[in-house]
Design a protein around this ligand. Structure first.
Ligand code: NAD
Ligand code: UDP
Length: 310
């Protein structure tokens, strides 16, 4: 069935891939974005797509796009340098922006899916992280503008589900990468791939023993689409459980880019989570979903895009 769908953050990395997937399934998509960390280049290929419209707006201001059947709320700075530069804006989009998007879902009796994050677990004391873990977050540290915005947003989404009857979904996204990641936004995969392709040393913050688990974008979008079709209101982790130290990740990138310049060690980042790995039991059981693309293969799939950004 063709439905009218609102995607906030549509000009971003994930929002643009989600938009492509929704259009491929025959839906009509209204994308909104204030372009604070996104880029209309990510939507340039949709210029002649009659089922897609783009509105440049800040979702922290109340807005209306007419009747919609579904809302995907993806607007928020997402890279640590991005949200630390836009601290107040990040708290505002997680709170005011999320509530404005929820009000649209309530008004039109639309489904609602919110892009939450593994960062809700903070620097976790439980490993791997399952959805039942409440997290270990410094509420006043440099990452708090993002972590607490996302935790507040989860509470708000659950409240609109419990008290206002909105059919909501919460996906806790773990580190995801792929083409259209902003090459300059400072995340580890984009930094490493650009450094690798430029023949520069890869910058590791700290000793490189901190871990992350990297999911390729097409796997993530598939999991999100499956969740959006359920009536599951509680959070679901979507991510790739293959855990790598940042040093191992650098070695993979060095392998795919044939980089000979080695590694440069930089000071550790304050409050940097030391370990992160999703427990995806719930996604496996509820959604019959698991990721398919290995880090090595995903990095290879990224090369044409990052080469085009050199
Ligand atoms: P991104 O920065 O590429 O995209 C976010 C988009 O939101 C940008 O286009 C930005 O301009 C837009 N935006 C920000 N504030 C806005 C506002 N007030 N009004 C309208 N638009 C606004 O980041 P991404 O990686 O695509 O992340 C998308 C969502 O997924 C975010 O909510 C992020 O927190 C979440 N997430 C991403 C990851 C990941 O690994 N990529 C992990 C966990 C959660
Ligand atoms: N990192 C790094 N070098 C970089 C960028 C990031 O060593 O050039 C590290 C960072 O300190 C963190 C991990 O890589 O431990 C993942 O960082 P990213 O910013 O991608 O996402 P996070 O998971 O911290 O939100």
């Amino acid at each position: 069935m063709k439905t009218r769908i609102l995607v906030t953050g549509a000009a971003g990395f994930l929002g643009s891939h989600l938009t492509d997937r929704l259009l491929a399934e025959g839906h009509v998509v209204i994308g909104v974005d204030n372009l604070s960390t996104g880029n209309t280049d990510n939507l340039a290929h949709l210029e002649n797509e009659s089922r897609f419209t783009f509105e440049s707006r800040d979702i922290c201001e109340p807005f209306d796009v007419g009747q919609v059947d579904y809302v995907f709320n993806f607007a928020s700075p997402a890279s640590p340098p991005g949200y630390m530069r836009l601290g107040v804006e990040t708290l505002r989009v997680g709170s005011l922006g999320t509530e404005n998007a929820l009000r649209i879902a309530e008004r039109y009796k639309a489904g609602f899916l919110h892009a939450s994050t593994s960062e809700c677990y903070g620097d976790p004391l439980e490993h791997p992280q399952s959805e039942s873990y409440w997290g270990h977050v410094n509420p006043i540290g440099p990452r708090s503008v993002y972590d607490e915005a996302k935790r507040y947003a989860e509470a708000l989404v659950m409240a609109y589900c419990r008290y206002r009857g909105v059919n909501t979904h919460l996906v806790r996204i773990f580190n995801t990468y792929g083409p259209r990641l902003d090459p300059d936004d400072g995340r580890v995969i984009s930094n490493f791939l650009m450094q690798g392709l430029r023949g520069e040393a890869l910058t590791i913050y700290g000793n490189g023993q901190q871990t992350r688990s990297f999911c390729y974008v097409s796997d993530l979008i598939e999991g999100i689409m499956r969740l959006s079709r359920t009536f599951e209101h509680l959070p679901v982790n979507i991510g790739n459980p293959d855990e790598f130290t940042v040093l191992e990740c650098a070695q993979e990138v060095i392998g795919v880019t044939n980089n000979m310049s080695g590694i440069s060690y930089e000071p550790a980042v304050e409050d940097d989570p030391t370990r992160r790995q999703p427990d995806i039991t719930r996604a496996r059981e509820l959604l019959k979903w698991e990721p398919k693309i290995t880090l090595r293969h995903g990095l290879e799939l990224c090369l044409p895009y990052f080469r085009s950004k050199l």
